[in-house]
Design a protein around this ligand. Structure first.
Ligand code: C2E
Ligand code: CA
Ligand code: CA
Length: 409
């Protein structure tokens, strides 16, 4: 076990007063193997020698010659395996952006510190330090097209359903169909490990047709039991390349005796649309004319843009979970959440917030008048067999104050 005095720390800051201050703060906490540099070049020299290469760098972002971000780039070139703490007088948003950059470069980061540095915060961060150990090879197997093809043929794809509920009343208004692969050897496989390959290898039409057929069969059962749920399925842009798709959807929905108003197609742009957008546009417009609901999925992310809002008659907007969870405590997320909500309302669209994970997220939706919530706080995606039990539990949670105005967070 390494003691704190063995951890090699390098402080890089152009302000020599700051160097002294941090060195003293570290010494008080028992970190005595500390060196200090007031410019990036000197620091890189230390990193280039095994015996002076630090385990941890306290890095100032704002420096006149080589700034902190540029310095991180040189660390990447050197395959630096130590940890990093960013230190800056910049605001929270700037520090968070810098943190994301560092993560994108796969450099271990303990966190960031605002100047003036608070000794307790410093100590808290340093306690997170762990010696470097090479990353384990990823156990996430990549599935090939042939395996996915056989999963489709053998009906190994199973639909799960995640409820969408009204925030004002708690009523369950529908479900989103989320496909999983019950792999005979590997167990339950989530869609992010096979949808992309299916799209790349021309298997997405077969996959979507299977998911749709299963979802319609389930919707019919729910309707026959008096549970009039609106069932959503995810449609990839690749499904919209041929007009056959619209015929298929209309035919299957009619065969199952379901009203189009009870079916939603959630559309995300998985890759940049080709130059010819006429066919997807025609399919979506004709489906909307037949009263199917169209939902713009992952709104706010790069793939789901305002241009699509302008061009396609969507009836529902799903605010991406990245702008929902924790938006109550983060000003930037909150601004994007508010803007998405307000835009949807102005366009008379229904709004679903995705990724509602806890009570705080739920309270934000209530306070801001968001129509519908979806997320693990309400329910994880369920197999149909588990739906009734969940519904009972949910109704008792609702009665116990989830939607009453007096409910406290
Ligand atoms: P999506 O359409 O954005 O679906 C929501 C995802 O968020 C689901 O992941 C769901 O399990 C997850 N989720 C739900 N609540 C929470 C929460 O509170 N917190 C967090 N962190 N996550 C939550 P899943 O099932 O892994 O699906 C991933 C994506 O795969 C979906 O994203 C969708 O784009 C795609 N997908 C799923 N089923 C199909 C399908 O049948 N066809 C196509 N083309 N794509 C599908
Ligand atoms: Ca979706
Ligand atoms: Ca989504």
């Amino acid at each position: 076990m390494q003691s704190v005095s063995d951890i090699k720390i390098l402080i890089l800051d152009d302000d020599t007063f700051m160097l002294k201050l941090l060195t003293r703060m570290l010494a008080k906490q028992g970190y005595t193997t500390v060196s200090a540099c007031d410019n990036g070049q000197d620091a890189l020299k230390k990193i280039d020698h095994a015996d002076t290469c630090p385990d941890l760098i306290l890095l100032d972002l704002n420096m006149p010659d080589m700034d902190g971000i540029e310095f991180v780039r040189y660390l990447v070139d050197r395959n630096y395996h130590g940890n990093l703490v960013l230190v800056s007088g910049e605001d929270e948003r700037m520090l968070k952006t810098a943190e994301k950059l560092v993560h994108a470069h796969k450099i271990q980061m303990l966190g960031y510190l605002h100047k003036p540095v608070n000794p307790e915060k410093l100590s808290e961060l340093l306690q997170k330090w762990e010696p470097y150990s090479p990353a384990k090879p990823s156990d996430k197997k990549i599935y090939g097209a042939a395996e996915i093809q056989s999963a489709i043929s053998n009906h190994e794809l199973v639909n799960y359903y995640q409820p969408k509920v009204s925030v004002a009343t708690g009523d369950v208004i529908g479900v989103e169909t989320l496909v999983r692969w019950h792999h005979p050897q590997d167990g339950l496989i989530l869609p992010d490990r096979f949808i992309h390959t299916a799209e790349q290898h021309g298997l997405i039409n077969d996959l979507t047709e299977l998911v749709l057929r299963q979802a319609l069969a389930q919707a019919k059962i729910w309707h026959q039991n008096g549970q009039i749920l609106r069932v959503a399925i995810n449609v990839s842009m690749d499904n919209l390349a041929s007009l056959d798709f619209q015929d298929l959807v209309v035919r299957l929905v009619t065969e199952h005796g379901l009203p189009p108003q009870k079916i939603t197609l959630e559309v995300t742009e998985s890759q940049l649309m080709g130059s010819d957008t006429r066919i997807p546009l025609e399919i979506l417009t004709r489906l909307r004319l037949k009263r199917f609901h169209l939902s713009i999925d992952d709104f706010g992310t790069g793939h789901s843009s305002m241009a699509q809002l302008r061009d396609i008659p969507f009836s529902e907007l799903k605010i991406d979970q990245g702008f929902v969870h924790r938006a109550w405590m983060d000003d930037t997320l909150r601004a994007i959440y508010d803007a998405s909500l307000s835009m949807a309302k102005q366009l008379s669209m229904e709004v679903v917030a995705e990724g509602v994970e806890d009570r705080n997220d739920w309270e934000l939706l209530r306070q801001t008048g968001c129509d519908y919530a979806q997320g693990n706080f309400v329910s994880v995606p369920l197999l149909p067999a588990d739906f009734s039990r969940w519904l009972e539990e949910w109704q008792s949670r609702v009665q116990n104050g989830l939607v009453t105005p007096s409910a406290s967070p």
